[in-house]
Design a protein. Structure first.
Length: 587
């Protein structure tokens, strides 16, 4: 084949992969509404002033901040400023970041491992179920992956300055999702060290400079937040001590491994109904659990081949070291994370899993028909296990890996190209179906995931809170109209113990609403006496409570001093089958 024809084929192949990635991320994106309204409220607030934007305020009054750093929300606010605030405009940046990540992965695999490996890697990431689900949300993980890939590109250049740039980009990723970004640090360092021609003294010098850069960029915003007088910035959300550095270490650090906050006791029969975390036992085999592996691991045998099937003459490849350390580091962390853990965190594994799968596929191809047969056979057996455990062992979906297995057998005795095409298509069918489930049956918009069983109407074992989307009962047009019409001179249109009750009202009206107890409802932002003072000053008139909210000093005070408003005056959305909310008038 002429070189120009190869180039055209490469461009056409990459174009097709990017079109597929774009379709999976943008198709029906508007159906996801405002996604995580907690984050959407922060973006709506950021549009109302630079201070609110800089301090990542949850509400337009600057009462409390979001529990994540600001970079991803700054990007969403920029899109909302240019295109107008809507659910689609705050989801669009993540979709574009996901598409760009597919292109970046192609670029990173292409030069050292060739066109075929790069195309397979990009295609694997394009249809990776958890990547599609996350890129269709307004969570921050899409930007985490994007910045990590940019940092990998810089580190692999091997120059001293390129390590400094890589650490600056890692610092930007830190300001997307804090400590979750730093897990990738050893991988970036391994890739740079092996690709650098510098002597060890110059390497150590550049490493010291890069370490300083990482610390400065990472901590610049949290330190600026904490150094600002507390009366001139929001309270640091999800903390006990009103400190952003505490948020880094505790809620976005230790609490991912150990649950430090006591959970509200519930009867055993209600445990799954209120399950808010993906409760998969920790340990070495955790990520092989079908519920988790179906999010990212359909080609995992090829990934392991790409990592471990190394010929002696290959030496220690910088790119291979980077992907391997990336995979192992996040794999160990996610296997041990027994605190707050959600399926969508697994999106951080998608780049190394996809890259190594592309590398492994090409290495087996080069071994001839026997290598191809081994690769197709291993993946087929693995997919039979995942599909059988997820959908049932008699399901017709098992036919796809069986076709791949038959293609592998055929490759032994025939030309390997037709079996490779047939087997490859068959092996991508199940991950593609899981990815499509994120479009047509997204489940919880707050905690994105992909689930073919959910799309087919089956129980996927995650409980209703994780497998379905429940619009907030405070997302009620009649309630909004009532609060705005009766607000008077109050600074806040309403107060509530948690952000979940007031977020929809901020999103829809753009008006200040007070989350007295923060995200969890138990943050020491205001004492009851301080809250009573805000009521006395006329800053708050109405308070929303859930009808069966746990008794606290605040709820008791509100019920003692407030008058229950007749729901016929303000409710349009039915609470049938759900915990109703109540509105109290404190005037």
């Amino acid at each position: 084949m002429a070189m120009s024809e190869r180039k055209r084929l490469e461009i056409a192949s990459l174009g097709a992969v990017l079109v597929l990635a774009t379709a999976l991320r943008l198709w029906r994106l508007e159906a996801n509404g405002f996604g995580t309204e907690y984050y959407a409220a922060g973006v709506r607030s950021a549009l109302q002033g630079f201070s609110l934007l800089f301090y990542n305020s949850f509400d337009p009054a600057g009462f409390i901040s979001l529990d994540k750093p600001p970079v991803a929300f700054w990007i969403q606010a920029l899109f909302a400023k240019v295109l107008g605030f809507s659910g689609w405009t705050i989801h669009l940046p993540q979709a574009l970041a996901g598409i760009a990540s597919v292109a970046l992965l192609y670029r990173l695999v292409r030069q050292p491992f060739g066109r075929a490996a790069a195309i397979i890697a990009a295609l694997a990431m394009a249809v990776m179920p958890v990547a599609v689900a996350v890129d269709r949300s307004n969570n921050t993980d899409s930007w985490l992956v994007f910045f990590l890939l940019l940092a990998a590109w810089s580190a692999l250049r091997g120059r001293g300055g390129s390590l400094v740039v890589a650490m600056a980009l890692l610092g930007a990723a830190f300001n997307v999702k804090m400590l979750a970004a730093l897990v990738c640090g050893p991988a970036l360092l391994a890739g740079w060290w092996l690709s650098s021609p510098l002597d060890w003294r110059r390497r150590l010098g550049w490493m010291a400079g890069a370490g300083v850069t990482l610390a400065v960029v990472s901590l610049s915003w949290p330190v600026a937040f904490d150094l600002t007088p507390k009366d001139r910035r929001p309270y640091a959300g999800s903390t006990e001590g009103n400190s952003m550095l505490e948020l880094v270490v505790v809620h976005n650090g230790l609490e991912r491994f150990v649950r430090l906050r006591p959970e509200q006791p519930r009867p055993p029969e209600a445990a799954q109904a209120f399950q808010a975390y993906d409760d998969v036992p920790t340990g070495p085999s955790r990520l092989a659990t079908p519920r988790l592996a179906a999010q990212f691991g359909w080609l995992l045998p090829l990934t392991l081949v790409g990592l471990f099937f190394v010929r002696r003459r290959d030496g220690i490849h910088p790119e291979l070291a980077l992907w391997g350390v990336w995979l192992i580091a996040y794999g160990v962390v996610f296997s041990a994370a027994g605190g707050i853990f959600h399926i969508y965190y697994l999106s951080a594994l998608t780049p190394p899993v996809a890259a190594l799968a592309g590398i492994g596929a090409v290495r087996l191809w080069r071994r001839g028909p026997a290598g191809l047969a081994i690769g197709l056979g291993l993946c087929a057996a693995w997919q039979v296990y995942l599909a059988g455990a997820s959908l049932g062992w008699t399901t017709a979906w098992l036919g796809f890996p069986v076709v791949a297995l038959a293609a592998g057998i055929a490759a032994v005795s025939r030309d390997k190209r037709p079996p490779a095409v047939i087997g490859g298509i068959a092996l991508l069918a199940l991950p593609a179906a899981w990815a499509l489930s994120a479009i047509f049956s997204p489940g919880s918009l707050v905690l994105p995931s992909a689930s073919l069983p959910r799309w087919l109407g089956m129980d996927d074992g995650r409980g209703p809170l994780l497998s379905r989307h429940y619009p907030s009962l405070s997302d009620d047009p009649k309630l909004e109209q009532f609060l705005l019409a009766n607000r008077g001179n109050a600074r806040f249109i309403v107060a509530a113990p948690t952000t979940g009750l007031v977020a929809p009202l901020i999103v829809r009206t753009g008006q200040p609403a007070m989350a007295v107890g923060g995200f969890f409802g138990n943050e020491p932002i205001l004492t009851v006496e301080a809250f009573a003072d805000t009521v006395k000053r006329g800053e708050v008139r109405y308070v929303l409570l859930t009808a069966r909210a746990r008794q606290t000093d605040l709820t008791r005070w509100v019920r003692t001093n407030g008058k229950l408003v007749d729901e016929s005056e303000w409710r349009a959305v039915s609470a049938e089958g759900r915990r109703p909310i109540q509105l109290y008038d404190l005037r």
